[in-house]
Every structure is written in C-alpha cells, then in structure tokens.
Write a protein that binds this ligand. Structure first.
Ligand SMILES: [Zn+2]
Length: 125
C-alpha cells in the first residue's frame, strides 16, 4: 500500500528508540506540578513543547522525570553516555510526527517532542 504523496510528509507517531507507537502527550503529574508528555513502555520519557520554543523546559521535565525526579541525579548524567535524547517535530492536533528532512511544511504547524531514555545502569547509585 502506497500512501498518497500529499500525506507522505506526515509520519506515524512512533518512539525513536523502540519504534512502537506512543500515546498522545497527556498531563504527567510530578512533585512540582505536571508536564505534557508520557512514558513509552520501553522506558523512554517524552515531553511536549507545543510551541517549539521552550525545548529546554521540556528537556528538563523529561530528564528529571526519567530520573524519578531526583534532580541531583539528573544533573549528574552525561549526555549520550548516561542517556540518549531525540527530538521530533510533532503536530499534536493530528498526533503526527513530521519528518526532519528538509523544512517542515509551514502550513503544518509543528511543536517539538523530546524523548529521553536513561540507560538503566545510570539510575543505580
Ligand atoms: Zn519506546
């Protein structure tokens, strides 16, 4: 089955780590409040930045949540060594991931979805 070309710019919402479908971001409750995101069965935590401009905030939310809200642990982790991250262009209304290649179509508004997966060993003392 071939998708029609006009739809090919939109891709399925799959986790960049395990390639399973992920759920639409929802409110995830934390000690400090909540963030928009979710947890993939593979252990990756994702946070949504609907504007694409507060990626730092989404990153902190996802990373600290992945560390079970242990901030000192979160700040001590080494990127690419203790955890991996992956940022997707994401349209929340359509629940679709937009391809990175080329420029996102301006008519398809996209926010960002940041995925963080902490290596298991990094969470142990
Ligand atoms: Zn996953």
């Amino acid at each position: 089955m071939k998708e029609r070309e006009d739809k090919s710019v939109l891709t399925e919402p799959r986790c960049p780590f395990c390639h399973e479908f992920f759920e639409r971001p929802h409110n995830v409750t934390t000690d400090l409040g909540f963030f928009q995101g979710g947890i993939c069965p593979c252990g990756a935590v994702y946070a949504c930045d609907p504007t694409g401009r507060n990626l730092g905030e989404a990153f902190v939310d996802a990373l600290t949540y992945a560390c079970k809200e242990d901030w000192s642990l979160a700040w001590g982790l080494v990127p690419d060594e203790d955890y991996s991250q992956n940022v997707l262009n994401y349209n929340r209304r359509m629940h679709r991931v937009l391809p990175k290649r080329g420029r996102a179509n301006d008519r398809v508004p996209s926010g960002k979805l940041i995925f963080i997966k902490v290596r298991e060993g990094a969470l142990r003392g």
